[in-house]
Design a protein around this ligand. Structure first.
Ligand SMILES: [Zn+2]
Length: 407
């Protein structure tokens, strides 16, 4: 069996294992042949067998795959997958090693003085709001745009669904036209759910379409929700190109989109930079406030994740920290915990616990500096070609190499 086929089968087997242990599949999307569908793979293998087979696969990749970037991409994914199995099998792994091993990025926490600076920016951005304290002003701002439950459902079904169509058109007009080639896009369907650990999720479906789900349990802000559309649509776009590449070139490993690998760092980084890609400057008087809140939100979540997973502080301590330093409401601080806590409420390990690092560092350490350099040197067309036409660029292990033409 060819290495890429063995990889796809193993992804399925590992996915069955992670589903059993955590309820969440290691495979985020699949658009390959039906006999390799993750759901049809063995559920019988024990963790030791899986780890052993992944190790053997890494050796075969080194021997059989000629393209260096393809080999590096595959090996990076295999090593992450191996660690997923070991982690969920109960092996003692520090949080730092887990994040580093899965995503191939170091764990960084933000010093309180850096958080203080961000709070200062927020204070400045909220200059026009009245209130005795900064918290009063933040609350006034967030209350203005608060939306949840039925009202949120209505917004998702109407306005956001419409907005997504516009964003799809923007990708076409501003990026595909620059690349000089296009990709089929059968669109994104918007839905609402309850009881999920995330606030929004893009489920890519075979055949160039996606389902975007929003969690009605979460209280969103109307303004920042507009930003979520760009984020989720970019996930859709990056998978469109991946599916196209797979269909044209047949590289089987691309037909499976795994979670918890170096891919996620780039994928969340590009999604969080989609607005810059599209050059959208919305007529939004609140943009600075939202940017300041975005930074605080991402940074304090990262620090809280370290508190919970590394320092083993209590959920109450983490909620208090996010509330106090992230200027969130208590309710919103509480709802963010289910994404970063080491365990789920039923006591099983939380599959998402290491994931929070991908967004901020994917954007700040990988995507944004490369994008800015390409923009400054007038090479954006080549930037998008590398990003979307070469799916092997999309991992923290291959990114620098894929873009080395830029330096
Ligand atoms: Zn995302």
């Amino acid at each position: 069996m060819e290495v890429s086929e063995r990889y796809v089968r193993l992804c399925g087997e590992v996915s069955n294992f992670t589903k059993e242990k955590t309820g969440t599949s290691f495979v985020d999307a699949y658009f390959g042949p039906e006999h390799l569908n993750p759901e049809r793979q063995s559920k019988e293998k024990d963790p030791d067998e899986l780890v052993h087979e992944i190790g053997e696969l890494v050796d075969s990749v080194k021997q059989d795959i000629d393209s260096p970037i393809r080999a590096k991409h595959l090996i990076g994914d295999c090593l992450s997958m191996k660690l997923v199995v070991e982690w969920l099998d109960g092996k003692q792994i520090s949080y730092e090693d887990l994040v580093q091993g899965l995503f191939h990025i170091p764990v960084k926490r933000f010093s309180e003085s850096v958080i203080d600076e961000k709070i200062l920016s927020l204070d400045e951005a909220l200059g026009d709001y009245s209130g005795d304290t900064l918290r009063d002003r933040v609350e006034q701002f967030t209350k203005e745009g608060e939306i949840t439950g039925n009202e949120l459902k209505k917004l998702v079904d109407t306005e956001l669904q419409r907005k997504a169509i516009n964003v799809g058109q923007l990708f076409h007009d501003r990026i595909y036209s620059l690349i000089g080639t296009s990709v089929t896009d059968n669109g994104v369907e918007y839905q609402t759910v309850t009881g999920a650990p995330w606030s929004g999720y893009n489920w890519y479906q075979k055949g160039f379409r996606s389902l975007n789900q929003f969690n009605l349990d979460v209280t969103f802000n109307k303004n920042s929700l507009q930003g979520v559309i760009y984020h989720e649509y970019e996930h859709h776009v990056s998978n469109l190109w991946r599916e196209k590449y797979y269909l044209e070139n047949g590289d089987l490993e691309l037909s499976v989109v795994p979670l918890h690998t170096g891919r996620c760092v780039i994928s969340e980084g590009t999604a969080d930079t989609a607005k810059e890609f599209l050059g959208v400057q919305e007529e939004d008087p609140h943009i600075e406030i939202e940017q300041a809140l975005y930074n605080l939100r991402r940074m304090t979540s990262i620090n809280a994740a370290i508190m919970l997973n590394e320092e083993r502080k209590s959920v109450n301590d983490a909620v208090e920290y996010i509330y106090d330093r992230g200027y969130r409401t208590r309710k919103s601080a509480e709802s963010s915990i289910s994404f970063i806590a080491p365990k789920m409420s039923d006591g099983r390990p939380n599959f998402w616990a290491p994931y929070v690092f991908t967004y901020f560092f994917g954007r700040i350490d990988f995507v944004l500096p490369t994008f800015k350099m390409a923009a400054e040197t007038n090479q954006l067309a080549e930037f998008y070609r590398t990003l979307y036409l070469n799916p092997y660029s999309g991992s923290s292990v291959t990114w620098k190499e894929a873009f080395n033409w830029l330096s």
